[in-house]
Write a protein that binds this ligand. Structure first.
Ligand code: GRG
Length: 292
């Protein structure tokens, strides 16, 4: 099954679960839910939840059990985008093909909506059906570690604190944390739900690291090459903001080569896994060859 087919098959279940988790509600603070839904139900690719399902399959786990944890990662991801777009951070006007949340609503509403999605992700994990208490604890710890002060938040800190001129090593470390950590969490979520061995977990983690780096480099390439609508955010915004990226350091062509090599290395890591690794392989191809 190709990645597009896999997406077509699995996306409806993810959308349905997200709709259940963040419904339209008739309460005095309904605006908070409306704002969350504005960001959550736009044109996000759902790469992270899909990766959780594929990772679970790769170790022979039950993907029905992975659905709620997968959605909690999308909640965290959406919060990170909302906060990242705020005037005090990247100050972006467009995201997922429409005005950013603070443009469509207001700054305080965007800040609180991010807070809501961040905290709610952990509540959702705690309530994930069919998992043992031990598994839920592992998922909570994993998500806190990967998205927090030694993961995504640390990466964002480094990014905002960085000057115009940073080295390739610094850039790599920044992205490993900012973008890579959450993709590694996707792999670890699958390992936890599928009760993978230490060895399998290690392989999936390394796969996540390589794909995470490839994902970021592709993002940098797209910032140079893609049109505004396709990418869903302001194309060329990195150069407008004078940011050091992989493409400014290495050039687009060299970046493309690195991405293909990372993909091949990542795919080799899947060989020893006992489950169905085809979806993960296909998703790796999709991530590195995407044009949006
Ligand atoms: C605010 C704590 C905090 C963290 C923000 C992830 C992040 C950290 C900021 C996003 C900045 C950015 C554009 C990074 C490049 C890679 C990336 C995460 C792109 C967006 O992810 P996609 O392409 O987006 O999966 P969709 O909209 O498809 O979900």
């Amino acid at each position: 099954m190709g990645a597009q087919e896999y997406l077509r098959e699995k996306l409806p279940a993810i959308e349905k679960k997200l709709q259940e988790l963040v419904p339209e509600i008739d309460v005095s603070y309904r605006g908070l839910f409306e704002a969350a839904r504005y960001s959550l139900f736009s044109s996000g690719k759902r790469i992270r939840p899909i990766l959780v399902l594929a990772s679970t399959e790769a170790v022979g786990g039950d993907i029905d059990l992975a659905l709620t944890p997968a959605c909690s990662l999308e909640l965290i991801h959406t919060y990170s985008l909302i906060h990242d777009d705020l005037p005090c951070m990247d100050d972006d006007d467009y995201r997922r093909g429409k005005p950013t949340l603070h443009k469509a609503y207001s700054e305080w509403e965007a800040l609180l909506t991010g807070d809501f999605l961040l905290t709610y992700a952990f509540e959702v994990l705690g309530k994930s059906p069919g998992l043992t208490s031990e598994q839920k604890l592992q998922l909570v710890q994993c998500l806190a570690f990967r998205s927090g002060g030694q993961g995504m938040v640390a990466g964002q800190f480094l990014d905002l604190a960085s000057t115009d001129q940073i080295t390739l090593e610094e850039l790599q470390n920044l992205h490993k944390l900012k973008t890579g950590a959450l993709l590694v969490a996707c792999m670890e979520f699958g390992a936890i739900v599928g009760k993978a061995s230490e060895q399998e977990t290690g392989l999936l983690r390394q796969f996540g690291e390589k794909i995470g780096l490839a994902f970021q480099i592709v993002d940098d390439i797209l910032d140079v090459t893609a049109g505004e609508i396709k990418h869903g955010k302001s194309a060329g915004s990195d150069s407008i903001n004078h940011k050091t990226t992989y493409t400014t350091l290495l050039g687009v062509e060299h970046c493309r080569e690195i991405v293909q090599n990372l993909c091949q290395e990542a795919l080799r890591l899947l060989n020893p896994l006992k489950g169905n690794t085809v979806p993960l392989q296909e998703l790796a191809y999709l991530i590195v060859n995407r044009n949006y």
